[in-house]
Design a protein around this ligand. Sequence first.
Ligand SMILES: Cc1cc2nc3c(=O)[nH]c(=O)nc-3n(C[C@H](O)[C@H](O)[C@H](O)COP(=O)(O)O)c2cc1C
Length: 166
Amino acid sequence: MTGKRVLVAYGTKHGATAGIAERIGTTLREDGLDAVVLPADDVDDVRDYDAVVLGGALYAGHWSGKAKRCAQRNADSLRRRPVWLFSSGPLDRSAEERDIPPVPAVARQMQLVGAREHKTFGGSLTAATPGLLARSMLRQGKGGDFRDPDRIRSWAHHISAELAAA
Ligand SMILES: Cc1cc2nc3c(=O)[nH]c(=O)nc-3n(C[C@H](O)[C@H](O)[C@H](O)COP(=O)(O)O)c2cc1C
């Protein structure tokens, strides 16, 4: 048990990224960390936390603006603690099959906050997702829930292990 406080923040439009963040938070708690999961918009100050995991959904090749603004607002404090970033996006099995590098905008945020690592997880687009574009993607067969619980859990355990070793 390390008892370190970890913030898991997420930028979402339709909830898929929140689900990933919740799973990360649950796993970190199982590993004995004191993990808090919050929408990125609600994060004013990260100084109460020993480490931060920040994730955002990908839309048209861009990371969630909510996650990006959270990184920018807290850049100074984030640089002083361990930070991990993740993206939720691909609507196929590609994220399970290989490591997908961050899109350029996320790579820039990694530099800005001195992130240790980035992970791309499969995303989710279902009939419940609102929006004309989402509906048209579904009609083209580009739907489904590609969030891989085992992969998410295993990355969270890896973060716990790094924090325990720190
Ligand atoms: C209009 C639209 C554009 C998208 N663009 C991308 C993209 O460029 N890259 C990608 O990997 N996924 C893309 N996706 C898939 C979303 O990133 C995926 O559904 C994600 O899990 C949504 O997260 P959220 O529910 O947290 O907003 C797109 C989805 C929609 C509906």
